[in-house]
Design a protein around this ligand. Sequence first.
Ligand SMILES: [Zn+2]
Length: 302
Amino acid sequence: MSGSGKTTLVLESLIPGLEKYISGGKLPEHIKRVSAEGIKHVKLIDASPIGINVRSTVATYANVHDELRKVFAKTADAKEYGYKAGDFSYNTGILRCPTCDGTGSISLDVQFLPDVDIPCPDCRGGRYSKKTESIKYISKEKKSYSLPEIMGMDINHALEACRDLNVVKQRLQVLKDLGLGYLTLGEATPSLSGGEAQRLKLASEMGHRQEDTVFVFDEPTIGLHPLDVQSLLGVFQKLIDNGATVIVIEHDLDVISNADYIIDMGPGGGKEGGEIVAAGIPEKIASCKKSETGKYLKKYFI
Ligand SMILES: [Zn+2]
């Protein structure tokens, strides 16, 4: 229930308590004891936007772009013209689109009105100069792609195009596993939805052991499409498979019913809240007469 004390318990007590436990500092006054053997990291993954800079894209954020630049610098075309990896940066490289300076959009100055951003007429949002389109990477299957072409692909298609490039392929696969296969590599991260931003933030966390890490998600399903909720549950499972501890503050029953352990706060909100009504595995909560959450959980277990 809203105002039952979930935020106080997790965001204002557990997280600061764990942080002090890890750093060895003095616990916040209201926390008596923290016992979390082996935990070295606590990470709050929220749905706030990633950056405000249009120069941050899915490809740069997920460390795919740096790898692609190295790949393109090694192509026969790049060698012929003398281009190095740095030249393929759309931020500072000489191959960036001169019209939009590599941002992919330009500001129209309309008199008496606020500026309007439109896609760059020269690179059509691709961020690169015409010249860049003639520098091709050739796959083992003899298919050729330019960097702006790959940046214009969604992750599913880019995976196909980059199947011979081990590092790029691995990083793209992580994004696909996070349910983000439909995102375009060149998409600016500030334009992503909260749910997309939330999952993209986990990209660097996947694929290695996480026994020493607690991840906290604060109402992660707000605004998510039911299919996205399923992707998110898959992501939680991957983190858990990697050994991580996942703590989720949530109202959504589909998420709650998937938990291994539930702490039901209540019994009401505000003055009526702040108590642990029931705690245990979902089946136990579902059969607990005192628990309001339990009443709604019954349909999942009985
Ligand atoms: Zn441009």
